[in-house]
Design a protein around this ligand. Structure first.
Ligand code: PEP
Length: 252
């Protein structure tokens, strides 16, 4: 079975509730004709429940931008997978480079978040990616190997649809620099092999690997044409209906 493309918008810390509802509703209109691919948006936590209501008659997927490893308790500032589900989410972005590099999240913490999402039936999107320094020192594959193996430590899956991986080179996020299609494919093929080493081959084959890092209306087609690029995780260009509309209507 071919992997179903996923076009995902990460809104980061942008938009009030009313702004979020407005954007969600225009994205829903844009995506109304889309049938052979999934569309996901990830608004800030405060807007999730309201956006879920706006999207109630659509098949747009809602995701949290992080998820706690605990179901509840004394974790000031955290949001549990159960709460995300309650607000209408079915996915959560985990280990985003901003969480790793600004907030110091470790592979171990991210692994615990992955496990708690899986046990709550929330699909984790495990983000991985090397910094510019690591790429220039030719450490890209070593870094990614560690992030994938530790992020997925002790994870067992029944199907590859239970989890998603997003390759987001840190040097390409919000910088306007995109990995070339060849660079993206090279890493995605590496990650696919790694997944085959961790899980059974039929499961690894099903897992979607998204590319993220300055994806826009101009470069989406060539990125999506790569064999192991199964979707895009989009920041800046997901905040404007026109560019996100073009992204969800990619042609390859
Ligand atoms: C992101 O936030 O995951 C991202 C890839 O951002 P941008 O598209 O703006 O580079």
């Amino acid at each position: 079975m071919p992997r179903r493309p996923l076009l995902a918008g990460n809104w980061k810390m942008h938009l009030t509730i009313s702004e979020a509802k407005k954007l969600a509703s225009s994205i829903a209109q844009s995506a109304a004709d889309v049938q052979d691919r999934d569309v996901m948006i990830s608004p800030p936590f405060t807007a999730l429940a309201a956006v879920a209501e706006t999207l109630s008659d659509t098949n747009i997927i809602l995701a949290g931008q992080n998820a706690s490893w605990a179901a509840q308790g004394a974790f000031t500032g955290d949001i549990s997978p159960l709460m995300l589900k309650d607000a209408g989410c079915s996915m959560a972005i985990l280990g985003h480079s901003e969480r790793r590099h600004i907030f110091g999240e470790s592979n171990d913490m991210i692994n615990k978040r992955v496990q708690s999402c899986l046990s709550t039936d929330l699909v984790p999107i495990l983000c991985i990616g090397e910094t510019l320094e690591e790429r220039e020192a030719e450490n890209t594959f070593r870094v990614l190997d560690k992030q994938v193996r530790l992020g997925l430590k002790d994870v067992s899956l029944k199907t590859g649809n239970e989890i998603i991986v997003a390759y987001e080179p840190v040097w390409a996020i919000g910088t306007g620099k995109t990995a070339s299609a060849d660079q993206a494919q090279e890493v995605h093929a590496f990650v696919r092999n790694l997944l085959e080493d961790i899980f059974e081959k039929n499961i690894a084959t099903e897992i979607r690997i998204l590319y993220g890092g300055s994806v826009n209306a101009e470069n989406v087609d060539v990125l999506m044409a790569q064999k192991d690029v199964d979707g895009a995780l989009v920041g800046g260009a997901a905040l404007k209906t026109e560019s996100f509309d073009r992204i969800i209507h990619f042609q390859s």
